[in-house]
Design a protein around this ligand. Structure first.
Ligand SMILES: [Zn+2]
Length: 394
């Protein structure tokens, strides 16, 4: 019996070897990450480049001079034959974006630079993509007196298209509620002739999170507000909360960010421990005093939402201002916050959210908060020392 088997396998092995040789290039490709696409958004002093991948990767970054260029080596990767490997940008910040198979296992993405002041990178998950934000030399100097200039507001109704967001027990979709609130909010804000209002979407379409931020940066917005409805496996969970971008160890906040980023809780927890996120938040902090302004903005919105609804329904629960790592707030150049306008998963709040009058009151509450922020005295510009923030030592 044993001998028989051995002689059989001798006959099979050469064939097996043959198949392995044939298949090995496919195995190599299958196990490596594919660089699928490269997208970019340009404006006068900001360019966002997104490299779409089939999985998360390790990458290294470098800058070389003569000619001035940034390059990113994506490890264990191959480049799709379908993509355009040389993209002319020519926006005064970048000349071109190029990608090539540098060696068997490395894809190199090169950004040919015109003139830049700064750049930052981060990886987003599900789908995996490498986001590169490049800042040009020209910067708006001081925050102008908001009482006398047009204030540019970008509103971002969450989700849309194939992404319904959270779905209520009676089948109410987050994407529909937040779009309606954003449209109502736009209308209220436009009553003030100094307000210029843009929406990242005005219809039921899907827009990737990184594109929403890029749109606000392109518009050179004075503030960015992403609007969402909350959800929890606990049916009794209810209330309103406003977020800004930062680490958190609050499990509830991590859960909210995981859902809004459409990534797993495990990945979300890991992201809060990731070291290169430090760099992103750090440069975010320096950038035009953004963090202090975002805290201020979040507080104004939260306060006026609560006071506006309180007199009305007596039902609203103030969950306060919180922080978490929301993809949609990464790299936003202006004060930016995300508001969760009630829990669609709570039967009572779902009923309220389906009510036109309640949505109008939410819009009015947010508008009041935004207007108060915009007409308040600008926070004095100061250099923020990282040491002042205990969160940087986590
Ligand atoms: Zn949402």
């Amino acid at each position: 019996m044993f001998l028989n088997l051995a002689s059989d396998s001798k006959k099979i092995l050469p064939y097996l070897g043959f198949f392995l040789v044939i298949l090995s290039p496919f195995f190599a490709e299958a196990s490596s990450v594919e660089v699928k696409d490269i997208r970019s958004w340009s404006s006068e002093n900001y360019t966002r480049v997104v490299v779409d991948l089939t999985n998360t990767v390790e990458f290294s970054k470098n800058r070389l001079s003569n000619p001035d260029r940034l390059y990113f080596d994506v490890k264990d990767a191959h480049i799709s034959k379908e993509i355009n490997t040389s993209i002319p940008v020519g926006d005064g910040i970048l000349k071109t974006v190029r990608a090539s198979q540098f060696n068997k296992t490395t894809v190199r993405v090169v950004l040919d630079l015109d003139e830049i002041s700064d750049y930052q990178t981060f990886i987003f998950d599900d789908p995996a993509r490498l986001v590169i934000d490049v800042y040009g030399k020209t910067r708006t100097a001081d925050k102008p007196d908001m009482n006398f200039v047009k204030r540019r507001i970008v509103l971002d109704p969450g989700h849309g298209g194939h992404d319904p967001g959270a779905v209520g027990p009676k089948n109410l979709y987050e994407k529909d509620v937040v779009l309606d609130i954003a449209l109502k909010l736009k209308k209220v804000l436009m009553e003030d002739p100094f307000n210029e209002v843009f929406l990242t979407r005005e219809r039921d379409i899907f827009i990737p999170l990184e594109e929403r931020t890029a749109m606000a940066n392109k518009k050179n917005a004075d503030l960015f507000l992403s609007i969402h409805a909350n959800a929890s496996p606990r049916r009794e969970a209810k209330g309103i909360e406003t977020y800004l971008l930062n680490w958190t160890d609050d499990e509830e906040a991590i859960r909210v960010a995981a859902r809004e980023n459409a990534i797993s809780l495990k990945k979300m927890r890991a992201m809060n421990r990731q070291v290169d996120i430090v760099d992103v938040i750090k440069s975010d902090l320096i950038r035009e005093n953004k963090r202090d302004e975002s805290i201020k903005l979040a507080n104004y919105i939260q306060r006026s939402l609560i006071s506006n609804l309180d007199s009305d329904t007596k039902l609203v629960l103030n969950l306060g201002v919180k922080q978490a790592l929301f993809y949609v707030l990464f790299g936003a150049k202006m004060p930016s916050v995300l508001v969760e306008v009630s829990f669609i998963s709570n039967p009572e709040e779902e009923r309220l959210l389906s009510n036109d009058a309640y949505r109008t009151e939410i819009a009015k509450g947010i508008a009041k908060g935004l207007n108060t922020y915009l007409t308040s005295a600008p926070t004095v510009q100061k250099v923020v020392e990282f040491r002042d923030h205990p969160s940087f030592f986590r």
